[in-house]
Design a protein around this ligand. Sequence first.
Ligand code: 15L
Length: 269
Amino acid sequence: MTHQRPQRVLVTGGLGQIGRCLYQGLVDRYRLVLLDRQDAQVADFPGADVVTADLTDLDATCQVMSGVDAVVHLAAHPVEASFEKIVTDNILTTHIVFEAARRAGVGRVVFASSNHVTGFYGREETIGPDAPVRPDTFYGASKTHGEAVGRLYADKYGIDVVCLRIGSFLDQPTDIRHLSTWLSPRDCQELISCCLEARGLGYLVVYGTSRNTRRWWSNAGWEPLGYRPQDDAETFASEVGPEPGVAPGSEAAARQGGWFVELDPFHRT
Ligand code: 15L
């Protein structure tokens, strides 16, 4: 496996949970630019640049891309919401990130997709990135759209694009579903640096989890990335509880997406 290390890496949603984890693990490895909507004290992130920008603004996004070698696009509304909010926060912003990357000549985009692209598969199934999408929410559908935009920019403009269908990013698993879906912080840091450095990727979709014994998703794509996770959620099997709000025997309990499959943004109480 050959690697090439990008110098300057822009992380959108850089002050979110995964962004902060990347900062902790990767600040000594790359020149990180943490981009977020909220203001942050630069002093809280020594060694990184912190910028505030609105990703619905193409000109502003182009400006922050200047001089960037690779982008990790994490910014998104992270759960189900109204269609309008998903369109603005996830679909429009992702389109703008890819377009700004193209205009700035950025060579690689790592897109934080989600396991909710395939949330309607049953828990008895093991699937890989080539299984037809079955999004469980508008949120999941927006990630499917992001993967398709990534494919377009890879095929048409030659940008390397890796779409990570992230499972459950948590310090440690807390419920039974997480035994299948967990992505630990150190594996997340390792996975994203593999995505930034593996050579000749073109376009790749992979599931982003730790090496969980009970995982529902194949490791297809890990090998070309050079990703070797270290953690297994099974270590916490005796400590986890039931899934909050998920009734035994329900659709949510039967499907990989869990409670997302029962969310209906048109019928909120
Ligand atoms: C996601 O995509 C969400 O952003 C996160 O909030 C979790 O719900 C996670 O998936 C999961 O499936 O556990």
